[in-house]
Ligand binder design. Structure first.
Ligand code: TYD
Ligand code: MG
Length: 454
């Protein structure tokens, strides 16, 4: 049989290439393309020849008990998991180095162990003594967690087969290596092999497996497409350096709503849960100042209020700055364009800085109107009323589009002492929230009413 040609894969994005080159066409990363060992081929393969077993088919209405979930007792974590840990599930927890993944998962492992789950924590990055030191600092030494420091996948799987735990944490998947794959640890082939072995162990033995994955500079776990589709749940642990808040966000979950978030605070004694994130994100808000708008958002199943801050200043640059943190910069450019061409409010010659207070990331389009309000408030140097929340999507025509779960947004705002809201016409919220509502049809009306501009 002819030897199959070598194949090349980008270690950053997982794209395949016919030949080696210095730069990946798909993601633009330099020096990331590596040769892969091809999958072993059986001579004369092709599945036509020998017969396999008949698989069992069942009707769609077959009754099945919902998965029995184990709760850690850490509400923020349990909610992001979709209501607790599902047996035999594979979970990937990604995040920047140093963000607190090991801390979170050691705390989670201890919490599950205390609830009676047989739990193992395998560290491939730190020595057992280092993990013990951290556990002591976090006050977790009494939790019955089995601790191992190992990177050999074969030894780990042998141990898992012998121990049959309910939960195993692998920190991190990038340090694991399989002796069946020739490339170096951390390479896409190793990553794929390790994840595949561990995920199939999870499915075979009913063990829940949590894999820790580091994220590369571009915000993706090395070889992301390779692992993300193999696991049931993908969680990202994010936060700004210099901020205490950490957000655990479900980006994929076969057992619960995606985009659910859990909020934590990094303290001297590990991660503390934040059960009322709105209060936390708004706690630094002082007197009403120009450029500040409160957005009533929804994260997963929960309403979260955040403050959007804008600063607009004359620019000395030929192409003025557009610095956006915590919001989608593409959407902000669109909003600036709509303000200019539909409302006649240009930002030419002005530097624009926009961010979400507290290091929160807002991805909902419903934040459009609050972002526009912050921008206008900064540009006109006029503060918005301190007791006002805003939400709504802006379309390219300048019309305001209603968004979902208005009732929930308003309830949360009322709970936190806000008494007026601005929302698009057609917003369904005729409940008893006790808020004074202004419903507006387009951005021109909004700018006219709020700032007398446009
Ligand atoms: P770590 O969990 O090691 O991050 P990761 O596994 O994602 O790389 O967290 C490291 C950071 O967390 C480190 O900068 C110190 C900080 N930290 C605290 O502030 N308090 C604590 O109790 C612990 C354990 C860590
Ligand atoms: Mg770590």
């Amino acid at each position: 049989m002819a030897k199959s040609p070598p194949s090349f894969r980008c270690a950053e994005c997982g794209a395949t290439h016919a030949k080696w080159s210095g730069r990946c066409d798909a993601c633009g990363a330099w020096n990331s393309i590596v040769e892969e060992s091809p999958l072993s081929k059986v001579p004369g393969s092709g599945l036509g020849g020998a017969k396999g077993k008949l698989i069992t088919l069942s009707a769609l209405d077959t009754k099945e008990a919902p998965p029995k979930r184990a709760k850690a007792g850490m509400d923020e974590l349990d909610r992001v998991l979709g209501g607790g840990l599902v047996p035999a599930s594979a979970i990937l927890v990604g995040g920047d180095p140093g963000i607190g993944k090991s801390t979170l998962l050691l705390q989670a492992a201890a919490a599950f162990a205390r609830k009676g789950l047989k739990t193992l924590y395998i560290s491939g990055e730190e020595a057992a003594s280092q993990v013990r030191m951290r556990a002591a600092r976090l006050g977790l030494t009494d939790a019955p967690v089995g601790l191992g420091a190992e990177t050999s996948l074969r030894d780990i799987l042998t141990t898992l087969e012998a121990e049959r735990p309910d939960l195993v944490v692998i920190d991190s998947i990038q340090t694991m290596w399989s002796d069946r794959v020739e490339s170096a640890p951390g390479s896409v082939s190793q990553l794929r092999a390790a994840a595949h072995e561990l995920v199939s162990f999870a499915k075979r033995r009913g063990t829940a497996v949590i894999l820790v994955g580091h994220v590369t500079k571009e915000g993706q776990i090395a070889g992301p497409r390779v692992i993300e589709h193999m696991v049931d749940t993908v969680l990202y642990f994010e936060g700004e350096r210099g901020h205490q808040f950490r957000i655990l966000r479900a980006v994929k979950n076969r057992f619960g709503p995606a985009s659910e978030i859990g909020v934590f605070e990094m303290t001297g004694a590990g991660l503390a849960e934040v059960s009322n994130p709105s209060a936390l994100f708004l706690s630094e808000r002082g007197q009403p100042a120009p450029g500040s708008a409160v957005f009533a958002g929804i994260e997963g199943t929960r309403p979260v209020l955040t403050e959007i801050q804008a600063l607009v200043a004359p620019s000395s640059l030929a192409s003025p700055r557009r610095t956006v943190v915590g919001l989608d910069s593409g959407r902000i450019s669109t909003i600036l364009a709509v303000l200019e061409s539909r409302c006649g409010i240009p930002f030419t010659g002005l530097d624009v800085f926009l961010n979400v207070a507290g290091g929160m990331k807002v991805i909902e389009p419903a934040a459009d109107l609050a972002a526009a309000a912050a921008l206008l408030s900064a540009r006109e140097d006029t503060a918005l009323p301190a007791d006002m929340v805003i939400f709504g999507e802006i379309s390219l025509s300048g019309a305001l589009r209603p968004v979902g779960q208005a009732e929930n947004r308003l309830k949360e705002a009322a709970k936190l002492g806000f008494s007026q809201a601005i929302a698009p016409t057609g917003t369904k919220a005729d409940g008893t929230t006790g808020m004074s509502m202004r419903k507006l049809g387009d951005l021109v009306t909004f700018t006219g009413e709020m700032f007398g501009a446009g």
